[in-house]
Ligand binder design. Structure first.
Ligand code: SF4
Length: 371
């Protein structure tokens, strides 16, 4: 029987990642079958409830206000709009809605109150609700839990070492602190990362070390492959090979046996055969819908066709954990505290981020001159 270990070393994980592929697949698939139904895949729909204009400088993200990209920004959606989207997601087979807002951190106030109402609304549709809203305090995590939140997503993105090459507006420790705040509630944790940002294989292993040391380990670990968007600091990155993705999924499955391993961004670049190998290697969750926040994703009908071909079934909601209760706003035990936590702001220089920022400034200047 698979044992949950929190003491993996980077070298042990590298040795797994670099195993002959057939051995790696066999080992990962064996563990997967011990801990999960191999023919069931959880389907989530990711919904961008507030798009663009983010003050952070994540090098992979087209929503960072400082870079010039083609995405259209949007203010916070209304509860009604979110409900309509959730119903659509439910009717096409999703058991979970994950709402993403391009914020550095959550601020107490009317927008957060609206998000809490969105959580209540979707939980009452008997769907799992997840949010990804940036850094949150313990009080905010408690309020989300009370509204009926099922999961909170907060990715570590990469290893602690390489994090400094990707983001300069916050530190790795802020990520861990938010996860710790979520863990003080009954909300489950979704945390993973991105491969293909120019990191070494050691950084991929380092990220898995950090995730596996969390206790308990995250209930869900999304593995993204970078979608290099024009205008971002990572626009020139070469796409990750399918084999790297398969190795990463299989290694994650071995290191965190009971976690749901989620195939996330980058699926449009993967063949069905490649995705099938990822499912065999231990992936048991996907994001559905034609967009992942702002980047393209396979259409849900294509996914359902693929499921049919592979004999996979979408997982029903609340199979892993009971549905949380929704407490109405007027009965809430937790009031907003208006805290102003001191999240870090290291602001070291990342050359490629600076170059992208400079390029955006020049484009803006030219646009003004052309008017
Ligand atoms: S990844 Fe999130 S925090 Fe980073 S720039 Fe994009 S929206 Fe902002």
């Amino acid at each position: 029987m698979s044992i949950i270990r929190h003491d993996w070393t980077e070298q042990e994980i590298l040795d797994i990642y670099n195993m002959p592929l057939m051995d790696l697949l066999y080992k990962a698939a064996t563990i997967h079958r011990e801990c999960h139904d191999p023919n069931t895949v959880q389907v989530s729909t990711l919904l961008s409830i507030k798009t663009g204009g983010c003050p952070e400088d994540c090098g992979y993200c087209p929503q960072a206000a400082r870079y010039h990209t083609d995405i259209e920004g949007n203010d916070l959606m209304s509860v009604r709009q979110v409900k309509a989207q959730a119903l659509r997601a439910k009717s096409s087979g999703s058991s979970r809605v994950c709402m993403g807002a391009a914020w550095r951190n959550v601020k107490d106030g009317p927008e957060f109150e609206n998000v809490l109402e969105m959580v209540r609304t979707i939980n009452k549709l008997d769907m799992e609700v997840c949010c990804t809203l940036g850094m949150i305090t313990e009080n905010q995590a408690q309020r989300l839990a009370e509204a009926g939140l099922y999961a909170y997503n907060h990715n570590l993105d990469t290893s602690e070492d390489y994090y400094k090459e990707v983001i300069s507006t916050r530190g790795f420790e802020d990520r861990l602190k938010t996860i710790e705040n979520v863990r003080k509630t009954n909300v489950t944790v979704c945390s993973g990362g991105i491969i293909g940002m120019g990191e070494k294989v050691e950084d991929r292993a380092g990220m898995l070390v950090a995730l596996s040391r969390l206790s308990p380990q995250p209930e869900s670990v999304p593995i993204n492959s970078l979608v290099a968007v024009e205008g971002t600091p990572m626009e020139e990155q070469e796409p990750v090979s399918m084999w790297d993705m398969i190795r990463m999924v299989a290694t994650t499955r071995i290191v965190m046996p009971i976690t749901q391993v989620r195939l996330s961004a980058g699926r449009t670049e993967m063949s069905r055969e490649g995705q099938a190998m990822c499912f065999f290697a231990g992936a048991n969750s996907i994001f559905a819908g034609d967009k992942l926040l702002t980047t393209p994703n396979p259409d849900v009908h294509q996914d359902m066709e693929m499921f049919k071909m592979l004999g996979l079934n979408p997982q029903k909601p609340f199979v892993k954990k009971a549905q949380p209760e929704t407490v109405e706003a007027e009965n809430s035990k937790f009031q907003p505290k208006g805290e102003k936590p001191k999240w870090t702001r290291p602001q070291h220089t990342i050359d490629r981020n600076e170059t992208a920022k400079q390029k955006a400034r020049e484009i803006k200047k030219e646009a003004i001159a052309d008017k």
